[in-house]
Design a protein. Structure first.
Ligand code: MN
Length: 232
């Protein structure tokens, strides 16, 4: 058995509705620009050639209901309300027609973003890590099993800040379907249980400040909440 210089970090895990056991996180993938109206508000055209991805460190996960500090190095911290899916069985080079079988469940997610740093790196054609791989920036609500959620499409996806609606769309507005995302990502990675995929945000992203309370919902899923505390 290996000896460690210090105790290795335990996996973070997400609660699952109807289960006492939690879903341990292996990786967190995120899809960029998956709603046309959001791509437009970011000043870019939608590229139907292929989806694109970025990642968040699994330790960036924090449970719904938390209060997080306003992050260092930013003056423009944004919410992005998203549908997350979680993988339930290994998938590599899986066909779109089979991809649903690899999805264990769904949850509400927040892809919290240092927008100023993301845009600065974008304009310099540098990686997005400082903007996107932010500590406490991967918020996920309790997972609902796929069979309980039903077909993705008609559900409303909604986010409010301090009770005021900011994002309001439907999952049918997704450019790349959840099956297309799983199939495409599986061309590049051996997807496996523990992999979480955030599927992109609709239009209406915007900043939060210390003291703000975010509430997000998708019909049929456990809602998501986040409070923004003071800067550290
Ligand atoms: Mn996002």
């Amino acid at each position: 058995m290996s000896q460690f210089l210090f105790p290795p970090l335990a996996s973070k895990s997400i609660p699952v509705s109807g289960e006492s056991a939690e879903y341990p996180i292996h990786r967190i993938f995120c899809v960029g620009r998956n709603y046309a109206a959001h791509a437009a508000e970011m000043g870019v055209e939608v590229d139907r050639e292929a989806p694109f991805y970025f990642t968040k460190t699994p330790s960036a996960y924090i449970a719904s209901g938390a209060t997080i500090p306003y992050p260092p190095g930013s003056e423009n911290f944004h919410y992005e309300m998203e549908l997350a899916l979680v993988i339930g069985k290994p998938a590599f080079k899986i066909a779109v027609s089979n991809a649903a079988s690899a999805i264990y469940g769904y949850a509400c997610a927040l892809d919290m973003t240092r927008r100023d740093l993301q845009q600065a790196s974008r304009s310099k054609q540098r990686p997005w890590d400082l903007g996107k791989d932010v500590e406490n920036s991967a918020v996920v609500s309790t997972i609902t099993k796929a069979e309980s959620f039903g077909k993705v499409g008609p559900q409303r996806i909604h986010l409010s800040v301090n009770g005021e609606t900011k994002q309001d769309a439907h999952l049918s507005d997704l450019i790349w379907s959840v099956e297309e995302i799983v199939s495409d990502l599986s061309k590049f990675y051996h997807l496996q249980p523990g992999d979480v995929i955030m599927t992109g945000t609709p239009a209406g992203v915007g900043p939060v400040v210390s003291g703000d309370k975010i509430f997000g919902s998708i019909n049929g899923l456990a809602p998501i909440e986040l409070a923004i505390g003071p800067a550290e």
